[in-house]
Design a protein around this ligand. Sequence first.
Ligand code: KE4
Length: 425
Amino acid sequence: MKNETLYERAQRVIPGGVNSPVRAFRAVGGTPRFFQRAAGAHLWDAEGRRYIDYVGSWGPMLLGHTHPAVVAAVEAAAARALSYGAPTAEETLLAERLCELVPSIERVRLVSSGTEATMTAIRLARGFTGRNVIVKFEGCYHGHADALLVKAGSGALTFGHPSSAGVPAETAAHTLVLAYNDVDAVRGAFERQGAQIAGLIVEPVAGNMNLVLPAAGFLEALREQCTRCGAVLIFDEVMTGFRVALGGAQARYGIRPDLTTLGKVIGGGLPLAAVGGRREIMEKLAPLGPVYQAGTLSGNPLAVAAGLATLQLVAQPRLLERIEATTRSLAEGLTVEARKASVAFCAQSIGSMFGVYFRATPPQSYADVMQCDRERFTRFFHAMLDAGIYLAPSAYETGFVSAAHGEAEIEATVAAAGAAFSQLR
Ligand code: KE4
Protein backbone atom coordinates (compact mmCIF):
# COMPACT_ATOMS: atom_id res chain seq x y z
CA MET A 1 0.00 0.00 0.00
CA LYS A 2 1.30 3.50 -0.82
CA ASN A 3 2.70 5.70 1.96
CA GLU A 4 0.40 8.50 0.80
CA THR A 5 -2.68 6.27 1.14
CA LEU A 6 -1.65 5.18 4.62
CA TYR A 7 -0.96 8.78 5.61
CA GLU A 8 -4.37 9.99 4.36
CA ARG A 9 -6.14 7.22 6.28
CA ALA A 10 -4.11 7.85 9.43
CA GLN A 11 -4.98 11.54 9.41
CA ARG A 12 -8.67 10.68 9.57
CA VAL A 13 -8.30 9.24 13.08
CA ILE A 14 -4.93 10.36 14.52
CA PRO A 15 -4.07 14.07 14.92
CA GLY A 16 -1.59 14.79 12.12
CA GLY A 17 -1.61 11.09 11.27
CA VAL A 18 1.17 10.42 13.77
CA ASN A 19 1.60 9.53 17.42
CA SER A 20 4.53 11.88 17.89
CA PRO A 21 4.80 15.21 16.04
CA VAL A 22 8.31 14.97 14.60
CA ARG A 23 7.25 11.86 12.61
CA ALA A 24 4.90 13.96 10.46
CA PHE A 25 7.70 15.42 8.29
CA ARG A 26 6.25 18.92 8.94
CA ALA A 27 9.78 20.37 9.17
CA VAL A 28 10.85 18.95 5.79
CA GLY A 29 7.57 18.48 3.93
CA GLY A 30 6.52 15.46 1.97
CA THR A 31 4.91 12.19 3.05
CA PRO A 32 6.11 10.31 6.11
CA ARG A 33 7.28 6.78 5.41
CA PHE A 34 5.13 4.10 7.03
CA PHE A 35 7.47 1.28 7.98
CA GLN A 36 6.60 -2.39 8.07
CA ARG A 37 9.84 -4.15 8.94
CA ALA A 38 13.31 -3.48 10.26
CA ALA A 39 16.50 -5.51 10.59
CA GLY A 40 20.02 -4.44 11.49
CA ALA A 41 20.76 -1.05 9.90
CA HIS A 42 17.75 -1.20 7.57
CA LEU A 43 14.07 -0.29 7.40
CA TRP A 44 11.47 -1.31 4.83
CA ASP A 45 8.47 0.93 4.15
CA ALA A 46 4.95 -0.05 3.11
CA GLU A 47 5.98 0.13 -0.55
CA GLY A 48 8.77 -2.34 0.04
CA ARG A 49 11.53 0.26 -0.31
CA ARG A 50 14.66 -0.30 1.79
CA TYR A 51 16.43 2.47 3.69
CA ILE A 52 19.63 2.71 5.69
CA ASP A 53 18.33 3.99 9.04
CA TYR A 54 20.03 6.88 10.89
CA VAL A 55 17.05 7.62 13.19
CA GLY A 56 17.16 4.29 15.03
CA SER A 57 13.77 5.01 16.62
CA TRP A 58 15.34 8.30 17.88
CA GLY A 59 18.11 6.52 19.75
CA PRO A 60 17.01 3.15 21.21
CA MET A 61 18.30 0.91 18.40
CA LEU A 62 22.00 1.09 19.34
CA LEU A 63 22.45 -2.61 18.50
CA GLY A 64 20.55 -2.27 15.24
CA HIS A 65 16.99 -3.39 14.63
CA THR A 66 15.59 -6.79 15.73
CA HIS A 67 18.85 -8.02 17.26
CA PRO A 68 18.25 -11.79 17.66
CA ALA A 69 19.26 -11.86 21.33
CA VAL A 70 16.92 -8.98 22.21
CA VAL A 71 14.01 -10.43 20.22
CA ALA A 72 14.53 -13.84 21.86
CA ALA A 73 14.58 -12.25 25.34
CA VAL A 74 11.30 -10.45 24.66
CA GLU A 75 9.68 -13.60 23.20
CA ALA A 76 10.72 -15.63 26.23
CA ALA A 77 9.36 -12.98 28.62
CA ALA A 78 6.11 -12.73 26.67
CA ALA A 79 5.60 -16.47 26.90
CA ARG A 80 5.61 -16.14 30.71
CA ALA A 81 3.57 -12.94 31.16
CA LEU A 82 2.90 -9.60 29.49
CA SER A 83 2.49 -7.61 32.70
CA TYR A 84 2.08 -8.21 36.41
CA GLY A 85 1.76 -4.82 38.08
CA ALA A 86 3.88 -6.38 40.80
CA PRO A 87 7.63 -6.61 41.48
CA THR A 88 9.80 -9.07 39.56
CA ALA A 89 13.38 -10.24 40.14
CA GLU A 90 14.30 -9.03 36.66
CA GLU A 91 13.51 -5.39 37.56
CA THR A 92 16.04 -5.69 40.38
CA LEU A 93 18.61 -7.13 37.98
CA LEU A 94 18.13 -4.17 35.62
CA ALA A 95 18.28 -1.67 38.49
CA GLU A 96 21.51 -3.27 39.76
CA ARG A 97 22.97 -3.13 36.22
CA LEU A 98 22.14 0.57 35.88
CA CYS A 99 23.73 1.34 39.26
CA GLU A 100 26.82 -0.61 38.19
CA LEU A 101 27.15 1.09 34.79
CA VAL A 102 26.35 4.63 36.03
CA PRO A 103 28.01 4.95 39.49
CA SER A 104 26.26 8.25 40.33
CA ILE A 105 23.03 6.21 40.43
CA GLU A 106 22.69 4.78 43.95
CA ARG A 107 18.94 4.18 43.71
CA VAL A 108 16.81 4.03 40.55
CA ARG A 109 13.11 4.00 39.66
CA LEU A 110 11.99 2.48 36.36
CA VAL A 111 9.29 4.31 34.37
CA SER A 112 7.88 4.02 30.83
CA SER A 113 9.12 7.14 29.02
CA GLY A 114 11.77 9.81 29.13
CA THR A 115 9.06 12.37 29.88
CA GLU A 116 8.05 10.46 32.99
CA ALA A 117 11.70 10.24 34.05
CA THR A 118 12.39 13.98 33.72
CA MET A 119 9.02 14.95 35.20
CA THR A 120 9.88 12.80 38.23
CA ALA A 121 13.38 14.26 38.47
CA ILE A 122 11.96 17.79 38.55
CA ARG A 123 9.43 16.84 41.21
CA LEU A 124 12.17 15.14 43.26
CA ALA A 125 14.40 18.23 43.05
CA ARG A 126 11.52 20.37 44.31
CA GLY A 127 10.49 17.88 46.98
CA PHE A 128 14.06 17.43 48.20
CA THR A 129 14.94 21.15 48.39
CA GLY A 130 11.53 22.63 49.17
CA ARG A 131 12.23 25.17 46.41
CA ASN A 132 10.32 25.80 43.15
CA VAL A 133 12.65 27.25 40.51
CA ILE A 134 13.93 24.94 37.78
CA VAL A 135 16.68 25.99 35.35
CA LYS A 136 16.80 24.57 31.82
CA PHE A 137 18.50 25.57 28.58
CA GLU A 138 17.10 26.88 25.31
CA GLY A 139 17.25 24.17 22.66
CA CYS A 140 17.32 21.33 25.16
CA TYR A 141 14.28 19.04 25.10
CA HIS A 142 13.39 16.89 28.08
CA GLY A 143 10.00 15.52 27.05
CA HIS A 144 6.62 17.19 27.34
CA ALA A 145 6.03 17.73 31.06
CA ASP A 146 4.46 21.16 31.69
CA ALA A 147 7.42 22.54 33.67
CA LEU A 148 9.73 21.81 30.73
CA LEU A 149 7.60 23.14 27.86
CA VAL A 150 8.92 26.62 28.54
CA LYS A 151 10.82 29.06 26.37
CA ALA A 152 13.18 31.80 27.40
CA GLY A 153 11.71 34.87 29.01
CA SER A 154 12.24 38.29 27.47
CA GLY A 155 15.34 39.11 29.50
CA ALA A 156 18.19 36.75 30.24
CA LEU A 157 17.07 36.39 33.83
CA THR A 158 13.33 36.76 33.54
CA PHE A 159 11.29 33.63 34.05
CA GLY A 160 9.99 31.52 31.18
CA HIS A 161 6.84 31.63 29.11
CA PRO A 162 4.92 28.52 27.98
CA SER A 163 6.22 27.05 24.71
CA SER A 164 2.99 25.10 24.34
CA ALA A 165 -0.69 25.92 24.62
CA GLY A 166 -2.21 24.39 27.71
CA VAL A 167 0.73 25.17 30.00
CA PRO A 168 -0.35 27.73 32.62
CA ALA A 169 1.80 30.86 32.80
CA GLU A 170 2.06 30.25 36.54
CA THR A 171 3.76 26.91 35.85
CA ALA A 172 6.18 28.37 33.32
CA ALA A 173 6.98 31.19 35.73
CA HIS A 174 8.95 28.80 37.90
CA THR A 175 11.23 27.80 35.03
CA LEU A 176 14.28 29.87 34.11
CA VAL A 177 15.60 29.31 30.59
CA LEU A 178 19.26 30.13 29.88
CA ALA A 179 21.50 29.89 26.83
CA TYR A 180 23.31 26.55 26.47
CA ASN A 181 27.09 26.86 26.97
CA ASP A 182 26.70 30.35 28.48
CA VAL A 183 28.63 30.01 31.75
CA ASP A 184 28.23 33.70 32.62
CA ALA A 185 24.43 33.42 32.34
CA VAL A 186 24.49 30.39 34.67
CA ARG A 187 26.68 32.16 37.20
CA GLY A 188 24.44 35.25 37.02
CA ALA A 189 21.28 33.24 37.57
CA PHE A 190 22.73 31.44 40.58
CA GLU A 191 24.11 34.68 42.00
CA ARG A 192 20.67 36.25 41.87
CA GLN A 193 18.36 33.33 42.54
CA GLY A 194 20.49 30.46 43.79
CA ALA A 195 18.57 30.18 47.07
CA GLN A 196 15.32 29.64 45.11
CA ILE A 197 16.66 27.13 42.58
CA ALA A 198 15.45 23.57 43.23
CA GLY A 199 17.29 22.04 40.31
CA LEU A 200 18.95 22.48 36.96
CA ILE A 201 18.27 20.03 34.14
CA VAL A 202 20.56 19.78 31.14
CA GLU A 203 21.36 17.53 28.22
CA PRO A 204 25.09 17.11 28.98
CA VAL A 205 25.56 16.72 25.23
CA ALA A 206 22.68 18.50 23.53
CA GLY A 207 20.89 16.38 20.93
CA ASN A 208 17.56 18.14 20.46
CA MET A 209 18.75 21.27 18.72
CA ASN A 210 20.83 19.08 16.43
CA LEU A 211 24.09 17.94 18.10
CA VAL A 212 25.79 20.65 20.21
CA LEU A 213 28.74 19.69 22.40
CA PRO A 214 29.27 21.21 25.86
CA ALA A 215 31.88 24.00 25.76
CA ALA A 216 34.99 23.50 27.90
CA GLY A 217 34.10 24.32 31.50
CA PHE A 218 30.31 24.44 30.94
CA LEU A 219 29.37 21.21 32.73
CA GLU A 220 31.93 21.91 35.46
CA ALA A 221 30.29 25.32 36.05
CA LEU A 222 26.86 23.67 36.38
CA ARG A 223 28.23 21.24 38.96
CA GLU A 224 30.00 24.02 40.88
CA GLN A 225 26.96 26.34 40.97
CA CYS A 226 24.49 23.61 41.96
CA THR A 227 26.82 22.42 44.73
CA ARG A 228 27.37 25.98 45.99
CA CYS A 229 23.63 26.74 46.17
CA GLY A 230 22.31 23.30 47.21
CA ALA A 231 20.42 22.86 43.93
CA VAL A 232 19.96 19.41 42.36
CA LEU A 233 22.02 18.87 39.18
CA ILE A 234 20.03 16.68 36.79
CA PHE A 235 21.75 15.17 33.75
CA ASP A 236 19.10 14.21 31.22
CA GLU A 237 20.89 11.28 29.58
CA VAL A 238 17.79 9.83 27.94
CA MET A 239 19.58 10.28 24.61
CA THR A 240 23.27 10.35 25.60
CA GLY A 241 23.14 7.37 27.95
CA PHE A 242 25.14 4.48 26.45
CA ARG A 243 25.52 6.50 23.23
CA VAL A 244 28.19 9.00 24.30
CA ALA A 245 29.92 6.43 26.52
CA LEU A 246 29.01 3.26 28.44
CA GLY A 247 28.50 5.35 31.58
CA GLY A 248 26.90 8.21 29.66
CA ALA A 249 28.16 11.75 29.08
CA GLN A 250 28.85 12.00 32.83
CA ALA A 251 31.53 9.32 32.44
CA ARG A 252 33.02 10.97 29.35
CA TYR A 253 33.19 14.41 30.93
CA GLY A 254 33.89 13.31 34.50
CA ILE A 255 30.96 15.13 36.15
CA ARG A 256 28.85 13.51 38.87
CA PRO A 257 25.23 14.75 38.71
CA ASP A 258 22.82 14.38 41.62
CA LEU A 259 20.14 12.77 39.44
CA THR A 260 20.27 11.15 36.00
CA THR A 261 17.44 10.32 33.65
CA LEU A 262 17.84 7.47 31.18
CA GLY A 263 15.64 6.05 28.42
CA LYS A 264 15.77 4.92 24.78
CA VAL A 265 18.73 2.45 24.74
CA ILE A 266 17.87 0.97 28.16
CA GLY A 267 14.57 -0.32 26.79
CA GLY A 268 16.09 -1.69 23.59
CA GLY A 269 13.11 -0.27 21.68
CA LEU A 270 10.42 -1.07 24.26
CA PRO A 271 8.87 1.56 26.57
CA LEU A 272 11.33 1.85 29.43
CA ALA A 273 13.11 4.79 31.07
CA ALA A 274 14.59 5.52 34.49
CA VAL A 275 15.37 8.22 37.01
CA GLY A 276 18.16 7.58 39.49
CA GLY A 277 20.83 9.21 41.59
CA ARG A 278 21.82 10.08 45.13
CA ARG A 279 20.18 7.81 47.70
CA GLU A 280 19.01 10.65 49.97
CA ILE A 281 17.19 12.28 47.05
CA MET A 282 15.73 9.09 45.54
CA GLU A 283 14.42 7.93 48.92
CA LYS A 284 12.10 10.92 48.93
CA LEU A 285 10.04 8.90 46.41
CA ALA A 286 6.86 7.12 47.47
CA PRO A 287 6.40 4.71 49.13
CA LEU A 288 9.43 5.74 51.25
CA GLY A 289 9.04 9.50 51.08
CA PRO A 290 6.57 12.30 50.32
CA VAL A 291 7.24 12.73 46.57
CA TYR A 292 4.59 10.78 44.70
CA GLN A 293 5.28 8.92 41.45
CA ALA A 294 3.69 5.77 40.00
CA GLY A 295 3.03 3.80 36.80
CA THR A 296 0.86 0.86 35.81
CA LEU A 297 3.44 -0.54 33.41
CA SER A 298 6.60 0.68 35.14
CA GLY A 299 9.20 -2.11 34.97
CA ASN A 300 7.13 -4.03 32.43
CA PRO A 301 8.62 -7.53 32.07
CA LEU A 302 8.99 -7.37 28.27
CA ALA A 303 10.68 -3.97 28.37
CA VAL A 304 12.95 -5.10 31.21
CA ALA A 305 13.89 -8.24 29.27
CA ALA A 306 14.75 -6.13 26.22
CA GLY A 307 16.75 -3.74 28.40
CA LEU A 308 18.73 -6.46 30.15
CA ALA A 309 19.59 -8.16 26.84
CA THR A 310 20.54 -4.83 25.26
CA LEU A 311 22.77 -3.67 28.11
CA GLN A 312 24.53 -7.01 28.25
CA LEU A 313 25.48 -6.67 24.57
CA VAL A 314 26.25 -2.94 24.77
CA ALA A 315 28.74 -3.57 27.58
CA GLN A 316 30.76 -5.94 25.40
CA PRO A 317 34.40 -4.74 25.22
CA ARG A 318 35.16 -2.36 22.34
CA LEU A 319 31.61 -2.44 20.93
CA LEU A 320 30.95 1.25 21.62
CA GLU A 321 34.43 2.17 20.42
CA ARG A 322 33.74 0.36 17.14
CA ILE A 323 30.42 2.18 16.65
CA GLU A 324 32.11 5.49 17.53
CA ALA A 325 34.71 4.85 14.81
CA THR A 326 31.97 4.05 12.28
CA THR A 327 30.12 7.23 13.23
CA ARG A 328 33.28 9.30 12.92
CA SER A 329 33.98 7.89 9.45
CA LEU A 330 30.45 8.81 8.40
CA ALA A 331 30.87 12.42 9.58
CA GLU A 332 34.26 12.68 7.89
CA GLY A 333 32.98 11.15 4.65
CA LEU A 334 30.03 13.56 4.46
CA THR A 335 32.33 16.52 5.10
CA VAL A 336 34.70 15.45 2.30
CA GLU A 337 31.82 15.09 -0.19
CA ALA A 338 30.43 18.53 0.72
CA ARG A 339 33.85 20.10 0.24
CA LYS A 340 34.16 18.49 -3.21
CA ALA A 341 30.84 20.13 -4.13
CA SER A 342 31.82 23.45 -2.47
CA VAL A 343 28.74 23.33 -0.24
CA ALA A 344 28.89 25.17 3.11
CA PHE A 345 28.46 22.14 5.34
CA CYS A 346 30.06 20.41 8.28
CA ALA A 347 29.43 17.34 10.39
CA GLN A 348 30.63 16.12 13.76
CA SER A 349 30.13 13.10 15.96
CA ILE A 350 30.50 11.96 19.53
CA GLY A 351 30.04 8.32 20.42
CA SER A 352 27.32 6.93 18.15
CA MET A 353 25.61 10.32 17.64
CA PHE A 354 26.30 12.69 14.76
CA GLY A 355 25.18 16.11 13.59
CA VAL A 356 25.06 17.51 10.07
CA TYR A 357 24.94 21.29 9.61
CA PHE A 358 24.58 23.52 6.58
CA ARG A 359 27.00 26.10 7.96
CA ALA A 360 30.79 26.30 7.93
CA THR A 361 31.51 25.27 11.53
CA PRO A 362 29.77 23.12 14.14
CA PRO A 363 27.31 25.19 16.22
CA GLN A 364 28.29 26.05 19.79
CA SER A 365 24.88 27.42 20.81
CA TYR A 366 21.18 27.49 20.00
CA ALA A 367 21.74 30.81 18.20
CA ASP A 368 24.42 29.17 16.02
CA VAL A 369 22.05 26.31 15.16
CA MET A 370 19.39 28.80 14.08
CA GLN A 371 21.84 30.12 11.48
CA CYS A 372 21.99 26.76 9.70
CA ASP A 373 20.55 26.79 6.16
CA ARG A 374 17.27 24.91 6.70
CA GLU A 375 16.25 25.13 3.05
CA ARG A 376 19.42 23.34 1.98
CA PHE A 377 18.94 20.75 4.73
CA THR A 378 15.43 20.07 3.45
CA ARG A 379 16.66 19.53 -0.13
CA PHE A 380 19.48 17.34 1.17
CA PHE A 381 17.08 15.33 3.34
CA HIS A 382 14.78 14.53 0.39
CA ALA A 383 17.64 13.72 -1.98
CA MET A 384 18.98 11.26 0.62
CA LEU A 385 15.50 9.82 1.26
CA ASP A 386 15.05 9.24 -2.48
CA ALA A 387 18.43 7.49 -2.45
CA GLY A 388 17.29 5.17 0.35
CA ILE A 389 18.96 6.97 3.26
CA TYR A 390 16.64 7.74 6.17
CA LEU A 391 17.86 10.77 8.12
CA ALA A 392 15.94 12.51 10.90
CA PRO A 393 13.19 14.61 9.24
CA SER A 394 14.34 17.82 10.93
CA ALA A 395 17.43 20.05 10.85
CA TYR A 396 17.26 20.13 14.65
CA GLU A 397 17.70 16.44 15.39
CA THR A 398 20.73 14.24 15.96
CA GLY A 399 21.56 11.21 13.82
CA PHE A 400 22.26 7.79 15.30
CA VAL A 401 24.53 4.95 14.13
CA SER A 402 24.15 1.37 15.33
CA ALA A 403 26.37 -1.69 15.75
CA ALA A 404 24.76 -3.00 12.57
CA HIS A 405 26.07 -0.14 10.39
CA GLY A 406 29.20 -1.35 8.58
CA GLU A 407 31.50 -0.12 5.83
CA ALA A 408 28.96 -0.92 3.13
CA GLU A 409 26.30 1.26 4.74
CA ILE A 410 28.72 4.14 5.33
CA GLU A 411 30.09 3.98 1.77
CA ALA A 412 26.57 3.92 0.31
CA THR A 413 25.55 6.86 2.50
CA VAL A 414 28.60 8.94 1.62
CA ALA A 415 28.12 8.20 -2.09
CA ALA A 416 24.45 9.25 -1.90
CA ALA A 417 25.51 12.43 -0.08
CA GLY A 418 28.01 13.23 -2.84
CA ALA A 419 25.21 13.10 -5.39
CA ALA A 420 22.91 15.10 -3.12
CA PHE A 421 25.50 17.83 -2.51
CA SER A 422 26.13 18.16 -6.26
CA GLN A 423 22.41 18.93 -6.69
CA LEU A 424 22.69 21.69 -4.07
CA ARG A 425 25.35 23.78 -5.84
P1 KE4 B 1 10.17 10.37 25.63
O1 KE4 B 1 9.08 10.89 26.56
O2 KE4 B 1 9.92 10.78 24.18
O3 KE4 B 1 10.44 8.89 25.79
O4 KE4 B 1 11.54 11.09 26.05
C1 KE4 B 1 11.61 12.47 26.10
C2 KE4 B 1 13.06 12.92 26.00
C3 KE4 B 1 13.70 13.30 27.17
N1 KE4 B 1 15.00 13.70 27.14
C4 KE4 B 1 15.70 13.73 25.98
C5 KE4 B 1 17.12 14.18 26.00
C6 KE4 B 1 15.08 13.34 24.77
O5 KE4 B 1 15.80 13.38 23.61
C7 KE4 B 1 13.74 12.92 24.77
C8 KE4 B 1 13.01 12.51 23.49
N2 KE4 B 1 13.73 12.70 22.29
C9 KE4 B 1 12.95 12.86 21.06
C10 KE4 B 1 13.92 12.98 19.89
N3 KE4 B 1 14.51 14.24 19.79
C11 KE4 B 1 11.96 11.75 20.86
C12 KE4 B 1 11.31 11.72 19.50
C13 KE4 B 1 9.88 12.14 19.56
O6 KE4 B 1 9.54 13.11 20.29
O7 KE4 B 1 9.08 11.48 18.84
